[in-house]
Design a protein around this ligand. Structure first.
Ligand SMILES: [Zn+2]
Length: 302
């Protein structure tokens, strides 16, 4: 799927039950995925690996009714924080399912692990691997060494601008470089179509190109919003969700300033978006401005 905020799901079929990788953003994709998996295998989901805490990966968890949810402990802590602010009911959407009358529920992971863990799903070896500080501070991936498949979660954004609001970008690039040395043929990213090492290397290049362009402006002491408005990324400008460049520039600045934390700096991204729009409006009356509401909606993760 290629819409910016739509996340991919993964399924591994064991002899007795299915494993899911992630829970999708809400009722429609979760229900469709569960139904298609049942049709293909005749089985139900019994376990689910949550790759990280962002809303578009946890929103549909309640529909995996009997699945134990596993995650990194940081991920669990972040999911717990979302409980008070989560609405009690689902909001109907034009293309959503007709039946969302049941209350909305946050499902909190019941089992956490920090390090790598190998699980045998029948005769399929599945290695759950911590990605290091990366897209978030608690990213888990699922690697099937015999099949040479990696479910990368949001360590991978293919043809979609990567979302860095909770990220440590230079370490994220390091993780991509490490995966380049693994025995992997197929990478299922968190966002965008299935690809492989080439697509993951392309995404690391997005950050490298952005880093070079951002650093020039950081050294000139431009503010992040002005820097973001000036930067052109060549082929990456056509990726879905180009406005994420603003948040990604903010994160690079925080990394170099030594002020980076695991948390999303909403005020800094908002301020940079206002400046970005001022520069763009000054350049052209027909400039496409970034609505603040769009950036704030992105605060829930991707
Ligand atoms: Zn994410």
């Amino acid at each position: 799927m290629t819409a910016a905020g739509v996340s991919n799901l993964g399924m591994i079929a064991g002899p007795d039950f299915l494993w899911a990788i992630d829970g999708s953003q809400g009722p429609a994709p979760a229900k469709a995925f569960i139904a298609a998996s049942k049709q293909a295998t005749g089985k139900d989901f019994g376990r689910l690996l949550l790759t990280h805490h962002h809303g578009d990966h946890i929103g549909g968890l309640q529909f995996f009714r009997h699945a134990e949810v596993w995650s990194h402990p940081y991920c669990r802590d972040e999911v717990l924080k979302t409980v008070p602010a989560t609405p009690k009911m689902w909001t109907p959407t034009p293309n959503g399912p007709a039946d969302i009358s049941e209350p909305r529920k946050v499902v909190v992971p019941m089992l956490t692990f920090k390090d790598n863990l190998t699980v045998l799903v029948g005769d399929i070896e599945v290695r759950f691997l911590w990605a290091g500080t990366c897209h978030t501070w608690g990213d888990m991936m699922a690697y099937l060494p015999k099949q040479k498949i990696l479910f990368a979660g949001d360590v991978g954004f293919f043809w979609v601008a990567p979302y860095a609001n909770n990220s440590y970008i230079s370490k994220w690039i390091d993780t991509c470089d490490q995966i380049a040395g693994w025995d992997v043929d197929i990478i299922v990213p968190g966002h965008g179509p299935i690809g492989g090492k080439k697509e993951l290397a392309d995404m690391a290049d997005y950050f490298r190109v952005l880093g070079v362009e951002t650093r020039k402006r950081y050294d000139k002491k431009l503010s992040p919003g002005v820097a973001a408005a000036e930067i052109r990324l060549g082929k990456f400008d056509n990726w879905i969700g180009p406005e994420r460049l603003i948040m990604d520039v903010v994160r690079w600045y925080e990394e170099w300033d030594g002020t980076l934390t695991p948390d999303y700096n909403a005020a800094a991204v908002r301020g940079a978006t206002v400046e970005y729009n001022q520069v763009k409006a000054g350049e052209s009356k027909s400039a496409e401005l970034i609505p603040l509401s769009r950036m704030e909606a992105l605060g829930h993760g991707c």
